[in-house]
Ligand binder design. Structure first.
Ligand code: PLP
Length: 384
């Protein structure tokens, strides 16, 4: 194992060694680390639903009825009533014919992309798409054209010269997870129609957050679901639960049940998780208007504060607000500085972001108070 030790040393020298932070307790926007209470600016629990009493109650009553583990994969004896109910609920929420639950967003993306493409397919992918999309593309063996971030002209030029492939799939994050900007879905969808490509959106950060009723990217842009559109989303971010899904045409979902390897060869989510997630979707659709409003007010307050201090927030338009710091060494320093002042916001380094684009990624939620946000801005002001 000598080589592994050397590799670790090498990573450490480059300031690229990663470490886990253990959280001892959590309440609202506060977490406790090493006995110290910090304000958490790194959670994707945008609406603060993870501790919502109705979600906890739904999980608890399913636990009593079904026990904890599901005991098998979905195609064996791992499909319980809460899974089926959740899928119906998701299809209804995303306005699609059907939906299929995956264990994680990572599993959804690495499952669907190889299942619907192959060597004769061509995939168009934004250069800042999430790692799980990149890995799904690698597994698919399809050819891939990477277009410049959110650049529809570049995308169109690539679509134009690549008209021969049997299947053409265009994939983009709705909200980019490390930059907090939004893909121009309307223009992208028009191009998909013009050049006959399928559109897949990864709505992990959009679901619950954008659109009047929290339905995500399509609702935000006023795009109607058609057979050309595949919606991926997670239940682990704004829904405050765990798991993910693909929503789309019935034929697509049936194909995934027979072909998506991450779906077939993995034990299904505990039924209690599915029951909690179905409740979370109800809350997002019918009872989260106030939470969403608070989320966006908080977002505005933090964003304005950071811009006033002169920080480059990379065109963030959402509750994900990055602050560019440059190299690996300086970003680690900023992270430590913040932690000493009771703010938890991790340093993001390559390969999560490109070389030289290290950043602190702040994510703001509805659970933050005005005081939380002012504390962060005050601390940054002193450092400037
Ligand atoms: C978080 C995330 C995923 C992965 O979802 P998990 O359920 O955490 O595995 C996929 N895509 C994007 C854009 C994400 O931000």
């Amino acid at each position: 194992m000598k080589e592994l030790g050397e590799e670790l040393k090498e990573l450490s020298k480059k300031n690229l060694l990663r470490k886990l932070t253990c959280i001892e307790s959590s309440r609202g926007s506060k977490i406790s680390i090493n006995g110290k209470t910090c304000v958490n600016f790194s959670s994707n629990d945008y609406l603060g639903l993870s501790s919502h009493p109705e979600i906890v109650k739904a999980a608890a009553s399913a636990l009593k009825k079904y026990g904890f583990g599901s005991g098998a994969s979905r195609l064996l004896s791992g499909t319980y009533a809460p899974h089926v109910k959740l899928e119906e609920r998701l299809a209804n929420f995303k306005k699609t014919e059907a939906a299929l639950v995956f264990n994680t967003g990572y599993a959804a993306n690495t499952g669907i992309i190889p299942a619907i493409t192959g060597e004769d397919a061509l995939i168009f992918s934004d250069e800042l798409n999430h790692a799980s999309i990149i890995d799904g593309i690698r597994l698919s063996k399809a050819k891939v054209k990477i277009y410049r971030h959110r650049d529809v002209n570049h995308l169109e030029s690539l679509l134009k010269i690549n008209l021969k492939s049997k299947r053409r799939l265009m994939i983009t994050d709705t909200i980019f997870s490390m930059d907090g900007d939004i893909a121009p879905l309307k223009d992208i969808f028009s191009l998909c129609e013009r050049y006959d490509a399928l559109l897949m959106i990864d709505d992990a950060h959009g679901t619950g957050v954008i659109g009047k009723t929290g339905r995500g990217g399509l609702e935000h842009f006023g795009i109607k679901q058609t057979d050309r559109i595949i919606q991926m989303g997670t239940l682990s971010k704004a829904a405050g639960c765990f798991g993910a899904f693909i929503a789309g045409p019935k034929d697509l979902i049936n194909l995934l049940i027979s072909k998506a390897r991450s779906f077939i060869y993995s034990t299904s989510l505990p039924p209690a998780v599915a029951a909690a997630a179905a409740k979370a979707i109800d809350l997002i659709e019918f009872e989260s208007e106030d939470r969403r409003r608070k989320l966006w007010i908080n977002r505005q307050r933090l964003s304005e504060g950071l811009l006033k201090l002169g920080y480059d927030t990379l065109g963030s338009e959402t509750p994900i607000i990055p602050v560019l710091t440059g190299d690996t060494k300086s970003v680690l320093k900023v992270g430590e500085y913040l932690f000493k002042r009771k703010i938890f916001a991790p340093a993001i380094r390559p390969p999560t972001v490109p070389e030289g684009k290290c950043r602190i990624r702040f994510s703001v939620t509805a659970a933050h108070t005005k005081e939380d946000i002012d504390l962060l801005i005050g601390v940054l002001k002193k450092s400037a």
